[in-house]
Design a protein around this ligand. Structure first.
Ligand code: GDP
Ligand code: GDP
Length: 443
């Protein structure tokens, strides 16, 4: 579990610019509907060998209206609650606004570390006068930065990572094949798709386990249930089973919440409300699961409300497959959390996915599959030279991860990589789990 660092601040102070600078991603940002929020972004990143997850809490375009003010507050409280460290960004050009003061008050009440950055300070000298007002916030240390030009960002990052706990080693290499251990699942989806209903149905006679892992400040209540001699664990983030929290109702789906519930999870159950069709937000959420690299199962919920003909079901699944091509390996099951229809199948599906997710095969077999595949369909020439495959091996589980040693790693075309991944998927088989394949240069 990596520590979470959240960027907070009013719109246009430069949160996404800073986010992109730190994560080095250049993905274009889309400002969506004016009024509420734009989707948050997150990325796993690191500075000086400390790894952390950086979250951009998004921008809020209106702060005047009471309704939006409540939304902002709900979002912020959530961000504050779920982050380990907060980074408050202020705008050195426009100066302090009343909203900044409110936010500062709110942050002062948390016990978490807060860093205060004044952004858009390109020339320290000329703006010194205007920056004076920021000291009225009563903050010990103000970092002056320019997210756009990178000034001061490195100093801030060094101080930031000094506060962070060491992230545990990446799972994988040293991990045993724990095929019989508990399976950690997560339930994710838009508000009202039926997450609580499903959690109640699956973990109805649950045992509550309090996970007191050192160093975690987040809500860490876990639900556990035994089925067919196997333990399943669900992390009860933000009280998935406790309903009626006003905050939850106000809040749009938050990345933090999905990320938090998927932390350390083996299989994510992605709920979709069939009575509303497949929305863009469903696909975005599915994308988080894909990015995390965990196993995934689509649960098409509220099936009791829709056309149950064979044809209707097929059309729905076809549409899902088209829109979520990146999760082609995730099984899809139609259910009703309300009536219980087909819910009994879920644990069995989870087990099937998990089995592949932890699968380990011996090196001889991996090599045979790759050799065979290359023999049958040779890669095209790279700058007139033949791409040579020397050796391949599985280096990790959860998910199964393979490395291939070749003479020119950069020359492997993505379509050829996809071909090899598909061969591994078919032959082993690994058709229900994410699979990673890397190419390294033979030394
Ligand atoms: P967000 O709404 O807080 O995510 O803000 P953005 O990252 O979208 O930035 C808002 C505007 O401020 C954009 O036009 C950026 O180009 C600009 N901006 C961000 N950082 C800096 C900076 O360091 N210096 C200057 N001059 N402009 C900046
Ligand atoms: P959450 O916000 O994702 O936790 O969703 P809830 O579990 O609170 O469900 C939202 C609403 O959908 C509630 O009124 C549920 O009773 C209803 N609901 C959940 N699952 C089903 C289902 O399978 N069929 C029908 N008809 N309603 C459902």
């Amino acid at each position: 579990m990596k520590p979470v660092v959240a960027l907070v601040g009013r719109p246009n102070v430069g949160k996404s610019t800073l986010f992109n600078r730190i994560t080095k991603s250049r993905q274009a940002l889309v400002d969506d509907m004016p009024g509420v929020t734009r989707d948050r972004q997150y990325a796993d990143t690191q500075w000086e060998d400390k790894a952390f997850t950086l979250v951009d809490t998004g921008g809020f375009l209106s702060v005047d209206d009471d309704y939006f003010a409540a939304q902002i507050k709900a979002q912020l409280l959530r961000a504050v609650e779920q982050a380990d460290v907060l980074v408050f960004i202020l705008d050195g050009r426009t100066g302090l606004s009343p909203y900044d003061r409110d936010l500062a008050d709110l942050l002062r009440r948390t016990e978490k570390p807060v860093f205060y950055l004044i952004n858009k300070v390109e020339s320290l000298y000329s703006q010194e006068n205007e920056l004076g007002e920021f000291y009225s916030l009563g903050v010990d240390r103000l970092y002056k930065i320019s997210a756009e030009h990178g000034l001061g960002v490195g100093d801030f990052l060094s101080d930031l990572v000094a506060m962070l706990p060491d992230a545990p080693a990446e799972s994988g290499e040293q991990e045993e094949d724990d095929d019989n251990g508990p399976i950690r699942i997560a339930i994710i989806g838009r508000p009202n798709v039926g997450k609580s209903s499903l959690a109640n149905r699956l973990f109805g006679e649950q045992r509550v386990v309090v996970n007191d892992k050192a160093g975690t400040t987040r809500d860490a209540i876990e639900l556990s249930v035994n089925r067919n001699g196997r333990e399943f664990i669900l992390k009860d983030t933000a009280g998935i089973r406790r309903k009626g929290k006003v905050l939850d109702k106000l809040e749009k789906f938050s990345i933090l919440k999905a990320l938090d519930s998927m932390d350390g999870c083996d299989v994510a159950l992605i709920l979709i409300d069939c009575s509303e069709g497949i929305t863009d937000q469903d696909i975005t959420i599915a994308g988080y699961a894909e990015k995390r690299g965990c196993g995934a199962i689509f649960l098409l919920n509220k099936w009791d409300l829709v056309d149950k003909s064979e044809k209707g079901q097929q059309a729905f699944i076809k549409e899902l497959r088209q829109k979520a091509k990146f999760l082609a390996f995730a099984p899809a099951v139609t259910i009703s959390a309300k009536t219980g229809q087909r819910c009994h199948k879920i644990f069995g599906e989870v087990e099937k996915v998990y089995k592949q997710y932890c699968h380990r095969i011996n090196t001889g077999m991996v090599n045979r599959i790759i050799e065979d595949a290359v023999y049958r369909d040779e890669p095209s020439l790279h700058k007139g030279r033949r791409l040579k495959f020397f050796y391949a091996a599985q280096v990790a589980v959860k998910p199964p991860t393979f490395v291939c040693f070749v003479n020119y790693p950069d020359a492997v075309h993505f379509s050829y990589k996809r071909y090899l991944v598909n061969q591994l998927r078919q032959m082993i088989p690994l058709n229900l789990t994410p699979v990673k394949l890397y190419f390294r240069e033979k030394t």
